[in-house]
Design a protein around this ligand. Structure first.
Ligand code: PFF
Length: 480
């Protein structure tokens, strides 16, 4: 069954729906906080422009030319270009990365759902910092609660993909995305009225290279080596680059998949510029809404994954109409997460349908169960469940020490996917689009009007993007 988006507008909505999600509103602020602000944001924007933009163009073009799930698209395009059949591995690694990411994405999205209910019950009203921390703690230290919300979110994701991408996404994103955007702008205005706004702007836009390039503890102190010197690290650069891929949904076939549903006559360049601008704007707005609250309330910007759950409820609890605004915010964020979750799982579902002849509903349920199960690992790494607890022997204890850094299961999966699998996928997509595919086919797929655009893209995808990804990779090998 081949279907296309009903218009180019729906493609934009779906792709923005995939790109804008927890990555922008939950992850971007907390990693920016952890890696010191200004320079991290600069590095991230640099990666978006020099790596994300050319690779997103390539992914959409490849998808539209292949018109199938990423595995089969890659098989067909490499056949067409006389490349090695192993290029299909790119599709495979994308499916694995998508399922791994969704496994923890769903746990966090479950927390968002839980917070929608907390907000609507007025739980945040007039709360103090300690009260808000207590609410978060009672959720993240309770495996049963997390499990219940994770299960609900996965079930909703399965339900949405089972209905088919068009039925599932188009309606969801048409109204809810713009609503989320407007609410974020409102929150930035609110943040401007707090006395942390100036400090937040400083933090986000004044580069402090030391905080970025030298390893620091969770409390923000510099780590020192045996000689008492600060320790230089490439990890923040790796996280910034990985986040550029994550936030744009690149490197794993999600955008390729959506490109495959795109009509031949639509201009890819225009679409991609809109998607990237909106995604970046949402992340910066989220930062401007959250950091003022961090500073106004003397919270730690490096608080980690709990950051939005600690800051925003404080604001909702103290503003007029906060119960309504807070509920609306978490509900909209939940839908943003759902539209991203759909795109994480769709490449696998589409492949199961195409290549294994499995019905959509069955394929969705099967994949959902596998992802749900992997998600247990994240739940246990959040609750710090110890040996002897129910599923502990399976997942809870996996951790890795890499000299400087210690990773639990959730951090390990995040590192493996966002910082390694997505950039590696992107690197190979760049090599494939730039070197293996015939120039004729990519040129025709883009049909850029201005004659300087194609050669610029080609230069970027052949040399600049792969070179930058490779440099970061070569430098992080030292971390392990
Ligand atoms: N881009 C999504 C976000 O920022 O929340 C997450 C994501 C979706 C990553 C789809 C990768 C992907 F393929």
């Amino acid at each position: 069954m081949k279907h296309e988006w009903s218009s180019k507008f729906t493609f934009i909505l779906a792709a923005v729906g995939s790109a804008v999600g927890l990555g922008n509103i939950w992850k971007f602020p907390y990693i920016t906080g952890e890696y010191g602000g200004g320079v991290f944001i600069l590095a991230y924007l640099f990666c978006i422009a020099l790596i994300g933009l050319p690779i997103m163009l390539a992914e959409v073009a490849l998808g539209r030319r292949g018109k199938q799930s990423p595995v089969n698209t890659m098989t067909q395009l490499s056949l067409e270009a006389g490349g090695h059949p192993a290029w299909r591995l790119l599709g495979w690694s994308g499916m694995v990365a998508g399922c791994l990411i969704l496994s923890y994405y769903s746990v966090i999205a479950g927390e968002v759902l839980a917070y929608s209910f907390r907000a609507s019950s007025g739980a945040f009203e007039h709360q103090t910092v300690d009260g808000i921390k207590g609410i978060l703690n009672s959720l993240v230290s309770d495996p049963e609660k997390l499990l219940a919300w994770h299960t609900i979110f996965m079930a909703l994701t399965v339900l949405a993909v089972a209905k088919g991408v068009r039925g599932g996404i188009e309606k969801t994103v048409t109204f809810l995305m713009p609503a989320l955007f407007i609410l974020l702008i409102f929150l930035v205005f609110y943040a401007m009225t707090t006395d942390g706004f100036g400090q937040a702007v400083d933090f986000m836009f004044t580069p402090d290279a030391d905080k970025f390039f030298y390893a620091r503890s969770e409390l923000g102190q510099y780590l020192l080596d045996a000689n008492g010197e600060k320790i230089f690290t490439w990890k923040p650069m790796m996280v910034a680059m990985g986040h550029a891929f994550f936030t744009l949904s690149l490197g794993m076939g999600a955008i390729m998949m959506y490109g495959s549903y795109l009509n031949r006559h639509v201009s890819i360049g225009q679409m991609v510029l809109i998607i990237i601008s909106l995604d970046t704007l949402v992340a910066l707005l989220a930062g401007l809404a959250i950091f003022p609250l961090v500073f106004a309330n003397d919270l730690n910007p490096a608080a980690g994954p709990g950051l939005i759950f600690e800051t925003l409820p404080l604001a909702f609890g103290n503003m007029l109409g906060g119960t309504l605004v807070g509920t609306l915010f978490f509900v909209l964020l939940f839908f943003a997460a759902l539209s991203s979750a759909i795109s994480l799982i769709e490449p696998t579902i589409a492949w199961l349908i195409e290549s294994k002849g499995i019905r959509r509903i069955k394929a969705s349920v099967m994949t959902g169960i596998v992802v749900w199960f992997i998600g247990l690992g994240t739940i246990f790494s959040m609750t710090g469940t110890t040996l002897g607890d129910i599923f502990q022997p399976l997942v809870g204890n996996i951790s890795l020490n890499s000299g400087l850094f210690k990773y639990n299961f959730f951090q390990l999966i995040d590192l493996l996917t966002a910082s390694i699998m997505l950039p590696l996928g992107g690197l190979f997509i760049a090599i494939f689009a730039g070197w293996v595919m015939q120039q004729d086919s990519t040129e025709r797929e883009f049909s850029f009007k201005n004659r300087f655009v194609y050669p610029s893209w080609q230069f970027m995808i052949r040399y600049v993007s792969p070179f930058l990804v490779a440099i970061v990779f070569l430098n992080i090998i030292g971390i392990f």
